[in-house]
Design a protein around this ligand. Structure first.
Ligand code: ADP
Length: 502
């Protein structure tokens, strides 16, 4: 350990990964109750990057206890909304001041290019915290004129309070480790909840470093607890815990269903951001200079490890060859390499498991008759690299068209009639995102209305903003993150009714 980044390159990061990382419970950095640690790997090399405390049921127990105490009895609930907002803003400032360091941690742990982590992941996370800091003072109830027909002549004052939902368990994935932590923590803190956060076992490091900044910012002990560990142990214990009021999960649809079952015991509130198989529709009247690179980045951004990746590329027949060849050309130009190499445009997949999964899908595609016009294989034999791949000869019923691959693999299909495309685009158990490329604004908005997806991009893709709600239709999830919509997931409404009898 410690060799992944030399102290000359980044002394703080070298130091951070050199020591076994502990978990944050009740404001203290502690080892796992079992004393166990687990390794996290550098996906560019397959070598162990750092050792991390392995949280399990007992650690979750302690973390939930701390979050409960902080919610029920700590100074957190007595703080004004303005004080809460200022703390969140301070966290954003601290995060931004450590952009370089978080860029390295994210690149080493997840594999993504350092430049992208610094230009996208870290600033988006800081921006999310700032956006949510602003909301802390703007969460308002209503006064409600009530009539109550069975009490003629009576007068009431009725109003609603929006109160924090309580102790929140948050389980996040490995594709945007820091950003997903921000998406979850930001609204929980803005609304006054307390949190037990479980980062993904593949990428726990940036959340743990963020925990240090949370304490440095001055959040009271127990408000944020961070327990790294595996999903089937720590994650399952958190989702099932009877003293957790809400669980927020981002990950696979399969695990999302397990979360729903686990939450049933105490009927905790559940929000889910799950998988996708998003259609990206290019009409013949599109600006192809924008649509071709846009469709390439729709699938290849973050190595295809985006739940909203544009993995089904539908192109109107007369421009099909040109668009598909154009996307393939873009794919061929992508430089694969270690995230720390400044020339790298695409890093490795996050893990051996993902590499095997994506290669398994490619094999399944080939055996069903799909053909790769570029890519189609693992790249090199060190680290977990997969060639950016464009599949043609694909049919709607193939595995590679129906199922989420979560890798740099797009299935291209022609369509001949604009009327035909909507049912095909909507023919999915998922409904997270979709895109349409056309110069016809009427068509663009008509199609946007009819696509069954939580986000529709018109002449763009992967545009995210803290103010824009994100979430899924159908089996892509429950609830919306970001925007003011997310506040509903972390608050509950209390109706207060006062009799103003003289
Ligand atoms: P992927 O398959 O892409 O790794 P997962 O849905 O398995 O995505 O993982 C997303 C998050 O869910 C991770 O933090 C993981 O540890 C957690 N997780 C996995 N299985 C469970 C489970 N049974 N209960 C709770 N959390 C889980």
């Amino acid at each position: 350990m410690g060799i992944a980044v030399s102290p000359q390159i980044h002394p703080q990061v070298a130091d951070f990964i050199e020591k076994p990382r502990k978990m944050l419970i009740n404001g203290n950095w502690v080892s796992a109750a079992s004393g166990k640690t687990f390794p996290t790997y550098n996906p560019a090399t397959g070598e162990v990057l750092a050792q991390v405390a392995e949280g399990d049921r007992e650690d979750i127990e302690q973390a939930v206890k701390a979050a409960r105490k902080a919610f029920d009895h700590g100074p957190w609930r007595k703080m004004t909304a303005s004080e809460r907002g200022r703390l969140i803003w301070k966290l954003a400032d601290l995060l931004e001041a450590h952009t370089e360091e978080f860029g390295y941690i994210e690149s080493l742990d997840n594999g993504k290019p350092l430049g992208i982590a610094k230009a996208a992941d870290v600033p988006l996370a800081a921006d999310l915290f700032r956006y949510m800091a602003g909301w802390a003072t703007k969460i308002e109830g209503n006064t409600i004129p009530i009539s109550v027909p069975y009490t003629p002549g009576a007068k009431y004052l009725a109003y609603t309070l929006r109160e924090p939902v309580g102790v929140v368990g948050q389980i996040i994935p490995w594709n945007f480790p820091l950003l997903m932590a921000a998406w979850k923590l930001g609204p929980a803190l803005a609304t006054g909840c307390t949190v037990v956060l479980k980062p993904a076992e593949q990428t726990p490091l940036s959340a743990l470093r963020l925990g240090e900044l949370i304490m440095e910012a001055g959040f009271p002990e127990g408000v944020v607890n961070i327990v790294p560990g595996y999903g089937e142990t720590a994650g399952a214990a958190l989702a099932a815990h009877p003293d957790v009021d809400k669980v927020a999960f981002t990950g696979s649809t399969e695990v999302g269903k397990l979360i729903v079952h686990a939450a049933a015991g105490n009927l905790k509130k559940v929000s889910l951001e799950l998988g996708g198989k998003s259609p990206n529709v290019v009409f013949k009247d599109a600006d192809l200079d924008a649509a071709i690179p846009g469709s390439a980045s729709a699938i290849f951004f973050n190595h295809g490890q985006c739940c909203c990746a544009g993995s089904r590329l539908y192109v109107e027949k007369s421009i099909y060859d040109r668009v598909v060849e154009g996307v393939a050309e873009q794919a061929r130009k992508i430089r694969l390499g270690s995230g720390l190499d400044p020339e790298t445009q695409m890093g490795p997949l996050v893990s051996k498991e993902q590499l095997d999964r994506v290669c398994g899908y490619l094999e399944a595609g080939f055996s069903e008759g799909a053909k790769a016009i570029t890519g189609g294989h693992q790249s090199g034999n060190k680290g977990y690299f997969v060639e950016p791949t464009v599949l043609v000869n694909t049919q709607e019923n193939m595995k590679v068209v129906k199922e989420e691959i979560f890798g740099p693999v797009v299935a291209a299909m022609p369509f001949s009639d604009p009327e035909e495309i909507l049912p095909r685009a909507n023919d999915s158990t998922y409904g997270l995102a979709a895109a349409v490329w056309t110069r016809d604004i009427n068509k663009a908005h008509r199609v946007a209305e009819q696509l069954r997806a939580g986000t529709v991009w018109i002449n763009c893709y992967n545009i995210f903003d803290a103010a824009l709600p994100f979430g899924g239709y159908k089996q892509s999830g429950w609830g919306r993150e970001m925007g003011h919509d997310v506040l509903n997931l972390y608050t509950q409404t209390k109706a207060v009714c006062a009799n103003l009898a003289a």
